[in-house]
Write a protein that binds this ligand. Sequence first.
Ligand SMILES: [Zn+2]
Length: 347
Amino acid sequence: MATQADAQELAALRALSASIGQSPHLTQAAGGNTSLKADDTLWIKASGTWLKDALTDDIMVPVAMAPLLKAVEQRDRAADQPQGFTIAALNPRGLRPSIETTVHALMPQRVVVHVHCVDTIALAVQADGEAEVARRLDGIEWAYVPYFRPGLPLARGIAEKLRPDVDVLILGNHGLVIAAETVAEAELLLHRVRSLLARPARATAAPDLAALTRLAGDSFYRLPADVEAHAVALDSESRRIAKAGSLYPDHVIFLGQGSVVAGRGETVADIIARLGTPPAAILFPDAGVLMRGDASAGADAMQRCLADVTARIDIAARLNYLTAAENDELVNWDAEQYRQKLNAAGG
Ligand SMILES: [Zn+2]
């Protein structure tokens, strides 16, 4: 850190990061990231680390901003490997910066917070999402960026939409970016935008835990970590939305493509036989969700996220799903950052 003021802001950012990381409505698992610019150095959350650990663990890694921005401008694939831009002398643990580092570098403001905010995602998957956001964010300088794969493609998409004074980005099928000159301002703006975008969740009945326990039987499936995760199987509209495909990248990374809904009378064994492989999660209509026994903590967090997002989507809206090519791009993505993310989520 260059100055005491920078060190103070970094401490404030770590506190804000930990608080954001504790809210499943803002971040799930290793998703979301925060950053602070100190002269030419960008301090950004390390790949695979969890924001909730920001106060107890060293999760911030220093990146040289100017060469990274040059790589984005020149569409250099090096920008897809931000670890190539870390400042080794200030990074004794050899942490790797988030794959979303370029998002932070592109924003001119000193503090950037990127979250997979449930209220934002629920709007940003609707085909009319941009118009809905416009209605709600009147008076705020924001821009809408359609879906691109995180990394260089998303960075290019943002660079095209960025205007001076924009301090809020809505990322289609992805989430929210907030930028400000101080951590305190970023926190205020984050909560303001979130409350402007918020919609109530459709209520559901309670899960049928006895039925789920019977369905799990002696299979290697188990109940989800969060009781809230069941809601997606308990609401017919949420179920319909989930079954139709993948809505955002971390779902694909942690749970695979789309969601599996059990047919009438189908057992866990029937479903595995039908698919030829055991899915990470199974939605049993009007009973709840079962998770594969070896599903990671990240997978549990994303299953809960799916329930929270689908419950808030306008049931009359046309939705933008990730295309087959976009799904494949995520499943087969060999970016080491995401592998590390998976590993960290499993451990
Ligand atoms: Zn993201």
